[in-house]
Design a protein around this ligand. Sequence first.
Ligand code: ROI
Length: 161
Amino acid sequence: MERIYIGMGSNLADPAEQLRSAVEALAHLPQTELVGVSGFYQSDSLLPGQPRYTNAVAALDSSLAPLDLLDALQAIENGQGRERLERWGPRTLDLDIVLFGDRLIDEPRLKVPHYHLQERAFVLYPLAELAPVDLRLADGRTLTALLAACPFVGLERHPPI
Ligand code: ROI
């Protein structure tokens, strides 16, 4: 079993509901246990002209291989109506493998740790709710250092439901 963190995002078709359905689907993955879910956060899209996003992070313990997990995540995205019309376009659901145990993965379909982790407050702050305070990434960076370099700006906690 390895501890895996999944970044979740949606900006279409009731984003908070999309994330709740995604969590439900993650909880039913084979060889996998859902360990925790962060709070939900809203923020403007990094690209202008798109609706605001709701983001959260889920923690899993899984014995799935990374590419098998990636296939399963893409099946969940597709099951929730994701259409790949344009790269970086608005989406009903985005599920990204942010961290996978202490692995460094550099394959055409999958880079872990996620490439943009350090720039994305909407991933780092929810991750920090779930991860141990002294979390060190496979590449040696600490979560504490990434948080210190990425201010909590433009993030709003999603109102409790
Ligand atoms: N912006 C925010 N706030 N949240 C996201 O998940 C997100 N995802 C994207 C782009 C379009 C880069 N912007 C985002 O893919």
